[in-house]
Each structure stands twice: as C-alpha cells, then as structure tokens.
Design a binder for this molecule. Structure first.
Ligand SMILES: Nc1nc2c(ncn2[C@@H]2O[C@H](COP(=O)(O)OP(=O)(O)OP(=O)(O)O)[C@@H](O)[C@H]2O)c(=O)[nH]1
Ligand SMILES: [Mg+2]
Length: 419
C-alpha cells in the first residue's frame, strides 16, 4: 500500500450516481471515502454500502425532486457548510452523477463549484440520458459544457453508447449496468494508482501531471476483465481491439489531439512486462498519441485468468467549451434553461455553438503574427477529425513541374468567353 494519508473523496449524486458509487463501495478495498446523496428517501433507504445522506428534507420531505433542478438546488444550498467539511483536505474529489435529471444536475453543479475553490484534483464521471429522453439529454449536454472549465477531468458517458454495444433486445437496466461497470472499473483503476504498489508504478503526482489544469477534454475507456490465458497471442490482440473499439473513444466530441495518456493494466501474477509494454504501445498507436504514456500495472489476484485495461486521456484545450455568461451563480443559467427547455433544446440543435480549438491549432495560427488574433472567437468544426479549415502545408503541390494548385484554365491558358 502507498501513502494512506492521501484523501480521495467520492460522491454519488442522485439515482444514477448513487447506483454507481454504491457498486464501487461494495467491491473496493481501497480507503476511498464514498458518500451518496439524494433527496429521495426510497432511494437512500435502499443503499447498503457507503455513507448515505438524505438531503433537503425541509424542501423535498424525502420525496425526491422529480427532475426539478430548481428544487434540487434549494435542497443542496442549505448543506453548503457540511459539504465544505466533507471535501476539506481532499487530494482528489470524484463526482459521479447523471446530468439531465434534477438531483444529479443540481448537486453536481453545487459540489463542483465548491471543489473548484480547493486545490484538489476534481474529476467527474457524468452519465448523459438517452437522446430519446429529449430535453433531459439536451440539458445534460449543456451542463457538461458548463462544468468542464471547473474540472481537471470531466468524463461523459452518453447512455446512447450503451445501446450501440448491447443486443437489440437488451433491457435499459442491462445497458445501465454496462455503463455503470465502466465507471466503477475506472474509479477502481484510479484508486489502485493512488493507493497500491504496482509492478509499474504511478501515483498522485502522475495524476496531477496528467490532469494538470482545469478545463480541457478528457476521455476514458475500460474493458471488462476478458479471459486471457495467453498474453502473447490472440487474447492480447482481443484486448487491444476491445479497448480501441470502445464506444467512449468514438464519441462525436472525442478530443482529436491528446496531451496525456494513462494506461492502467491489472492482471494476475503471471502478467509479463512485455505484455504490458505491448498493450500500452498499441493503445498509444491506435489513439495516435506520440507523447510519453503513463503506464501503471497491478497484480490483482481476483483476476485469475483475465486482464483488465483502463485508459484515461486528456486534451488541454486553449479555451473552455462554453463561455459562462456573467460568471456568477452556476445555477442561474441552468434554472432559466429548465424553464425554457423546449426552446433551448431546439436552438441548441440548430445553431452550432462556438467550440474550442486545441492549442496546437492556435500555435499554428499565432505564427502568422497577427496582432489581432485574440480579437475574434475561435471556432472549430464539430467533426474535428476531418480537419476542415486547418492546413498543415500551404506550399505549392508540384507534379512533373506542373503546379497543381493553379486552376487548370490558368495553367492551360484557356480563355473563357464572357457573353
Ligand atoms: N448509466 C446509467 N444511467 C442511469 C441510471 N439511472 C438513471 N440513469 C439515467 O440518468 C438520468 C437521470 O436519472 P437519475 O439519476 O435517476 O435522476 P436524479 O439525478 O435522481 O434526478 P431526479 O430526476 O430529480 O430524480 C435518467 O434519465 C437515465 O437516463 C443508471 O444506473 N445508470
Ligand atoms: Mg432521482
């Protein structure tokens, strides 16, 4: 075990957040302080693992918020001092919730706002409702943009991606279960990094390096513990494929450029360094990551003939994903939005919001030496993979002495008749 004085505080907020954090608390042996918060007494009374708190009884009478974000905000506001005490002294704060409902959304905003006033690394795993849930989904997406600038690593898990993976007739519950496993497994990998002595070692310092600075985009992926008898052969290939094809690495807003990559590999005592090296380098290759990969490897005796791989990556983006107007109360926009949800949702779909650009693009632009480069908002295209509007090479394309960049009619001296 490493330094036990590291303080990791994990919060599960609302229905989904509590499900996930309770599952983690049930199986983890690591000294992570797990708290589960909700306004719904039926939900809190069902919890068996972790410290559970029924919030805002004066406002909600233990009956929940029914998706009302303004009511959930009132419920949590009275707990400001208690929450400050809970997060006091934390090295790492991890927040888990579904955004788009009432409790998870309001509590996550409140907690992240308080966490941003501390020096703790703040990470968030946020589930986004299914797109067929309409305004809940649109609202959740908007909140992701608002929370991101205050967090060192915000991982979003769109529930739609759970449908992609499973059988056509799978139940919503089994879909949820799969997404919840990815998050539980990933928090397990992070707590191993913080508390366990590894074959290949990473620690709190590594996490600080990987998630340095608030804002930026983060992405994670986790394989289930696949059976893996022969790490040199097909089984290892299957692992690399499973993680590279992971739905979360293929979200539409996955960052195109990655600045930091952490790969956590857990397996039984026969796990060999060559296998670890191979998996990590293949993952870096698939992700086109050129920097130093932080690799951590742990022996986990519960993984008898299997292996589990987790990856966490971060892209430092020059500007936050959405510019928060007024900069004051985090809730003001969210409440206004919930009142005009329909309108906002359709507006969101029609007008592309100014997105962020990666610093590598800004550097290229600044080479032009413009004095006015900060005068205008920077825009990036939604499909960053296509690199539209981004030129790496502007020199003439010559072929057999012919300049292909010159229009044919000019090259061939063809005169165009104008009537
Ligand atoms: N992945 C996953 N998604 C869930 C789970 N439970 C609910 N959801 C999704 O999360 C969204 C928000 O649901 P809850 O977390 O129950 O909402 P809440 O935060 O308790 O807020 P209220 O609506 O006020 O009860 C839902 O619309 C679902 O799409 C879960 O266990 N796993
Ligand atoms: Mg609820």
């Amino acid at each position: 075990m490493k330094d036990h004085s590291i303080q990791v505080k994990l919060f599960g907020l609302g229905g989904a957040g509590m499900n996930i954090v309770e599952a983690f608390a049930k199986e983890s042996l690591m000294p992570v302080e797990c708290r589960l918060l909700d306004t719904d007494a039926v939900a809190t009374e069902a919890v068996r693992h972790g410290r559970v708190h029924l919030i805002g009884q004066d406002h909600c009478r233990g009956l929940g918020c029914g998706g009302d974000i303004a009511l959930a905000k009132k419920a949590i506001e009275g707990e400001q001092n208690t929450i400050r005490e809970w997060i006091d002294g934390a090295d790492v704060i991890i927040v888990v919730a579904a955004l788009g409902g009432g409790v998870g959304s309001a509590f996550a905003q409140f907690l992240v706002n308080l966490a941003a006033q501390t020096s703790a690394i703040t990470l968030g795993f946020f589930v986004l409702p299914f797109s067929f849930e309409g305004t809940r989904f649109a609202h959740g997406e908007k909140l992701v943009g608002e929370l991101r600038p205050d967090m060192h690593g915000l991982f979003s898990i769109p529930n739609d991606h759970l449908l992609q993976e499973g059988d056509a007739d799978q139940s919503a519950l089994s879909g949820f279960e799969r997404g919840n496993r990815w998050i539980v497994n990933s928090i397990g990998a992070l707590s191993d990094v913080l508390f366990k002595k590894g074959m290949l070692h990473q620690d709190l310092g590594s996490l600080k390096k990987i998630f340095q600075g608030r804002g930026g985009k983060a992405v994670f992926a986790a394989t289930d513990a696949l059976e893996c008898f022969d790490l040199k052969g097909a089984a290892m290939k299957a692992h690399i494929e499973a993680i590279s094809m992971h739905p979360l690495l293929h979200c539409k807003d996955r960052p195109h450029y990655l600045d930091a990559l952490l790969v956590v590999i857990r397996g039984n005592a026969s796990l060999e360094l060559t296998a670890i090296h191979s998996i990590a380098s293949q993952i870096a290759k698939v992700l086109h990551f050129k920097g130093d990969v932080h690799v951590a490897a742990y022996v986990d005796d519960s993984l008898i003939d299997s292996l589990s791989v987790n990856l966490f990556a971060k892209s430092e983006i020059a500007k936050p994903a959405s510019v928060r107007s007024g900069g004051g109360d985090l809730f003001s926009e969210a409440i206004a939005d919930s009142q005009t949800e329909e309108k906002e949702a359709s507006a969101d779909r029609e007008i592309p919001k100014p997105l962020t650009v990666h610093r590598s693009k800004l550097k290229k632009k600044s080479k032009l030496g413009s004095d006015h480069e900060n005068d205008q908002k920077e825009f990036a295209f939604f499909d960053t993979g296509a690199n539209r509007g981004y030129f790496t090479d502007t020199s003439d394309k010559l072929f057999n002495g012919i300049n292909l960049d010159q229009p044919t009619y000019l090259r061939k001296g063809i005169k165009i008749k104008i009537k």
